[in-house]
Design a protein around this ligand. Structure first.
Ligand SMILES: Cc1cc2nc3c(=O)[nH]c(=O)nc-3n(C[C@H](O)[C@H](O)[C@H](O)COP(=O)(O)OP(=O)(O)OC[C@H]3O[C@@H](n4cnc5c(N)ncnc54)[C@H](O)[C@@H]3O)c2cc1C
Length: 380
């Protein structure tokens, strides 16, 4: 990419777009962020893993807005596990997170333009957004990205999941609730933020209707909240990328005059649905590379820091989100301290997918020994 772009359009002011715009504005680039839903309460469970804060310690400024969760209950079709988490998760209301990131970008000098970008055209020597000329465009416009379609790389239907749920206006003890649902190749969750809880299911598109999913969500919510709170809860539904089985390639995400970041790039963990970490990290890496005039730096950073982990998750998800592995986990986990501890590391995001297979192989014999021993003791 040559010369360095001076004027850049960022389509979408969510976490990926806001962080990218901030990085660009700090390097004196002229940045215009198009945001179609200012102040949007983006449907999200708001779970932030320790890895996000390790990579971006400046986000700790938000600590007082987060509920800190150090315990989790996991229910499998064959058993239940209560555990403490190896590292605490933080849960935030998305309006707080988005507002914070937007303010930072604006303070750095990024211009915010309210309204959807309708027409984005790619010409040989420029990008035109609704009639206005730019040197470069960043697609930060979420799972159903217009920029992604414009550059000819739309996500396939099987690479989307749908998240359906409720915001219940009651609080509960700071505990994560996860219920594995093998028939939907999915899990249901309760994530308690400071003043409301999100209860939801994320499942591959087409596996169940929204109505069926919402019914299951209500069933879970009724186990933890009052009937009136569940009845009056606001429902939500949104797409998220979940590349299951396929792989993500950096060459599809960066071009001469465009870069895709966050959900628009498909950078969301297909197993857990974690996307905020990857949105912030990709926004930051892309912003730096574009400002330096060398988008190959972004492609390389994707290959080194992001895609190996998401592609490892993609390879694992279809194998693990099935009845067999879920039944096995439900039988073994309550009887094996080693499996409990491995799950605790996994749920709190301290165990990378790339290490998961190796870790299980190394610990398998010990897990089986512990489970058999505990099973035998109970029988006697
Ligand atoms: C139900 C659900 C639960 C989730 N839970 C979690 C969780 O607990 N933890 C986690 O890490 N991740 C979670 N995620 C994923 C996470 O929400 C996303 O990965 C993250 O928001 C991606 O950020 P982004 O900036 O790429 O996209 P978004 O946050 O989707 O932002 C895109 C922005 O672009 C704007 N936009 C779109 N088109 C245009 C246009 N043409 N013009 C102008 N503006 C436009 C939108 O209004 C939006 O503000 C969840 C997702 C869902 C659906």
């Amino acid at each position: 990419m040559n010369p360095r772009p001076k004027k850049i359009a960022v389509i979408g002011g969510g976490p990926a777009g806001a962080v990218c715009a901030e990085r660009l504005a700090r390097r004196d680039r002229e940045v215009v962020v198009y945001e179609g839903r200012p102040g949007w309460d983006k449907p999200c469970a708001g779970g932030l893993t320790p890895a996000l804060f390790d990579e971006h310690p400046w986000l700790l400024e938000l600590d007082s807005k987060c509920n800190k969760v150090e315990r989790a209950t996991m229910t499998f079709p064959s058993g239940k596990l209560d555990m403490s988490l190896k590292r605490k998760l933080r849960i935030i209301d998305r309006r707080e997170l988005n507002g914070f990131l937007q303010r930072r970008a604006q303070n750095a000098g990024a211009l915010w333009r309210e309204g959807f970008a309708r027409r984005i055209e790619q010409h040989r020597d420029r990008i035109v957004v609704d009639g206005e000329k730019y040197d470069f465009v960043v697609g930060a416009d979420g799972a159903n990205s217009t920029v992604r379609r414009m550059v000819g790389r739309p996500l396939r239907r099987e690479d989307w999941a749908i998240g359906v749920g409720l915001y219940v206006g009651e609080t509960m003890e700071p505990r994560l609730v996860v219920r594995m649902l093998p028939d939907l190749a999915a899990y249901a969750w309760i994530f308690p933020a400071l003043d409301r809880c999100s209860v939801g299911i994320m499942a591959p598109v087409g596996i169940a209707t929204r109505h069926e999913m919402l019914k299951r969500v209500r069933g879970l919510a009724n186990d933890y909240f009052s009937a009136s709170a569940v009845d009056s809860a606001e429902s939500f539904a949104a797409l998220l990328p979940a590349v299951r089985g396929g792989l993500l390639f950096s060459a599809e995400l960066v071009g001469e005059r465009f870069a895709l970041v966050g959900d628009a790039a498909g950078l969301c963990d297909p197993f857990s649905g974690e996307g905020i970490r990857w949105a912030v990290t990709s926004g930051s890496l892309a912003g730096r590379a574009i400002a330096l005039g060398d988008t190959s730096l972004y492609a390389r950073a994707l290959d080194e820091n992001i895609l190996p982990e998401l592609n490892a998750s993609s390879r694992l998800v279809s194998r693990l989100m099935r009845r067999g592995p879920m039944m096995l986990a439900g039988v073994l986990a309550p009887r094996s301290g080693t499996l409990e501890s491995t799950l605790s590391e996994f749920v709190s995001g301290s165990l990378a997918y790339e290490q998961l297979k190796r870790t299980f192989k190394r610990r398998a014999a010990k897990i089986l020994r512990q489970a058999l021993f505990n099973f035998y003791c109970v029988q006697r």
